[in-house]
Each structure stands twice: as structure tokens, then as C-alpha cells.
Design a protein around this ligand. Structure first.
Ligand SMILES: [Zn+2]
Length: 339
């Protein structure tokens, strides 16, 4: 299932890198591949109460009011246009609907592709091109509306998902794991940020250096994210799927390729099959247009195509990267014996 809505095009950011052409190129690429067997679904707008479970009403009202008055810059990077409130409600609604359909069994996997993206939006603050935190709203909805106790979010966008980190910082029901280039915007996501209060150990930040490519990214998925998931035993996995770690991306300096995204998606699919849980992805960043279209297609193919081999046999082929060893050493404090 591929969730989308025309209101995404009405979030008018002009020549900003986070622009409507991103979704048009994804659509063109998937159209050329017969949508890879994915059913296209129109996303509903999220209910206000569902958004309020993450963002206070004053934050929602601010975005609504700015849109009603024709739009404004929230900061140097983050734009609200006249169509942005409706777009943001459907972007959140797509992620919520993804969760509903995954949990009611109507689709084995899915991808929610909307603008604006979400993972930089904190509880009370829009930033970094993001207005509402779509993946966080969806994860909270899985707990509040479906009664889940444990949801895992893996964020492979090249930027740290500071918003998601903020929202679930003290939460032990949502395990947030982010792989991100450092140093880079927004400057958060140090390995020492492990969550707080009851949420200590349930935030896993894995910064990587500029130049990091497919093998290290996949090693971090297979050798860090997978063992953490086996311990945490989530009932649902959501991927905060940005594609700006791509080698062609103009906003960052990592070197992931389409094959790398496919490999990470295949590993996570095998992991979720092993754990017997549903999984889906929510679009975040990705600004090299051709690379974005191809990377989303590669991800969908791996998430929904013929089943990949189990993760254990894949792991056997891939050396454990030094980044993974360091992350595993740090995780011993909270997840003893993990490997
Ligand atoms: Zn990003």
C-alpha cells in the first residue's frame, strides 16, 4: 500500500530543496515500474485529537493560523504556505492510516509518501522543513488507539530525527533508533543522548562520519538495530525513511546508494518476519531528485517484493563495522549481553 494525497503538492515552498518535485519524481519512477504491485491509497486528514496526542493545541493552531493568513517563514528553513496546514494534516493522516492498515492486517507493508516531512518537528516546535511529526503521531496512535505497548522507530534519514527523539525522550514504549551524519544539521543526536527518566536506553543515537556508505549503514541495521529489536520485541516497526544519505544528495555527505537502501529495507523486512510484526515506512528527506525516485523504488521493491533471505544469513556475509562495535559497546549499559 502506497499512501499519498494531492494536498502534499499544495505545501508551496518555491525553490526550496524540500519541494513538490520530490513527490512528482517518486510518482514518475513508480509509475514506470507499475507501482511494484503496491496499491495506491488516498490518505485521510489526521483527526485533530490524534495530532494533539503529540503536539499541544497551541502548536497546531499556530500552523493553522499561519496558513489561513497566507503563510509565513517559521525559521530560515521552514515554510508555511496557504496549503500547508491541509498538507500537514494529510501527511500525519497518511502515517496514521499506514498504522491502521498494518495493524488490521489489510496490507503486509506500506509506504506513506507526503510533504511536509516530520522528523525534525519537536513537541512544540516546527523546524527543519517539518511542521508536525508524522511518524511520532503514527507511533503514538498505535499505542493509544490500538493498545500496543512497544513500537520501534528506525530513522535512517541522514539528519538526526531530533523531533522524534524529543517527543519520546522519556518514553519506554517507543524505542527510537537514529543513524545520522555528524556533525550536521540539527547538531543533536550525540551517542551519549540515550533518553531520560523512564526512557533511558530507549533512545539509541548512532552518529556516523561524512563519507559513510552502504556497508556501514547495513552493518548498523544488521548488527545494532536488529539485536536491539530482538531484545525490545516491538509489536510494530516504523521506518523514518529519508533518502538524503544518498551519495548524490546536495544537503549531506554520506555515500549510500539505491542498493544500500534496498539492502537495509530487505534486512528490516527479514527482521520483522522473524519477529512476526508488521512494518512500514514514512517518507522524510531526500533532495537529489533522480536519486530520491530510484531509492524509494528500490526500498519499495525490497519491502514488498519476493521475500529476501533471513537476516542471519545476510549478516554472515557482512563484516561488523567498527561503528557497530562501538554502538554495541555503548548499548551494554542498557541491553546487557547484546551482540
Ligand atoms: Zn534529512
Amino acid at each position: 500500500m502506497f499512501l499519498e494525497h494531492p494536498s502534499s503538492m499544495g505545501h508551496d515552498t518555491g525553490s526550496h530543496p524540500e519541494q513538490a518535485a520530490r513527490l512528482r519524481i517518486i510518482e514518475r519512477e513508480l509509475d514506470a515500474r507499475g507501482w511494484l504491485g503496491f496499491e495506491r491509497v488516498q490518505s485521510p486528514a489526521a483527526d485533530r485529537a490524534t495530532v494533539q496526542a503529540v503536539h499541544p493545541e497551541r502548536h497546531i493552531e499556530l500552523i493553522e493560523r499561519l496558513a489561513e493568513h497566507g503563510g509565513a517563514m517559521i525559521d530560515a528553513d521552514t515554510i508555511v504556505s496557504a496549503g500547508s496546514f491541509e498538507a500537514a494534516l494529510h501527511a500525519a493522516g497518511g502515517a496514521v492510516s499506514l498504522v491502521d492498515r498494518l495493524l488490521d492486517g489489510s496490507a503486509p507493508t506500506g509506504f506513506s509518501a507526503h510533504r511536509p516531512p516530520g522528523h525534525h518537528a519537536e513537541t512544540s516546535r516546527a523546524m527543519g522543513f517539518c511542521l508536525f511529526n508524522n511518524v511520532a503521531i503514527a507511533a503514538r496512535h498505535a499505542i493509544n488507539a490500538h493498545g500496543l505497548d512497544r513500537v520501534m522507530i528506525i530513522d535512517w534519514d541522514v539528519h538526526h530525527g531530533n523531533g522524534t527523539d524529543d517527543i519520546f525522550h522519556e518514553d519506554d514504549q517507543v524505542l527510537f533508533l537514529s543513524i545520522h551524519e555528524s556533525p550536521l544539521y540539527p547538531g543533536t543526536g550525540a551517542a551519549s543522548d540515550v533518553g531520560s527518566g523512564a526512557g533511558r536506553g530507549y533512545t539509541v543515537n548512532v552518529p556516523v562520519a561524512a563519507g559513510t556508505g552502504d556497508d556501514v549503514y547495513r552493518s548498523l541495521i544488521d548488527h545494532v538495530a536488529a539485536p536491539v529489536a530482538r531484545r525490545f520485541a516491538p509489536q510494530l516497526l516504523l521506518i523514518s525513511a529519508g533518502f538524503d544519505a544518498h551519495v548524490d544528495d546536495p544537503l549531506a555527505d554520506c555515500c549510500v546508494t539505491e542498493a544500500g537502501y534496498a539492502a537495509m529495507a530487505a534486512s528490516l523486512r527479514a527482521l520483522c518476519t522473524e519477529l512476526g510484526i508488521p512494518f512500514g515506512a514514512v517518507l522524510e528527506g531526500g533532495y537529489a531528485l533522480t536519486a530520491l525516485g530510484r531509492s524509494v523504488a528500490a526500498t519499495l521493491e525490497a519491502l514488498g517484493g519476493p521475500a529476501p533471505p533471513p537476516v542471519s544469513s545476510q549478516s554472515g556475509e557482512l563484516a561488523v563495522a567498527d561503528d557497530s562495535r562501538r554502538a554495541l559497546a555503548r548499548l551494554q549499559e542498557f541491553w546487557p549481553g547484546i551482540a
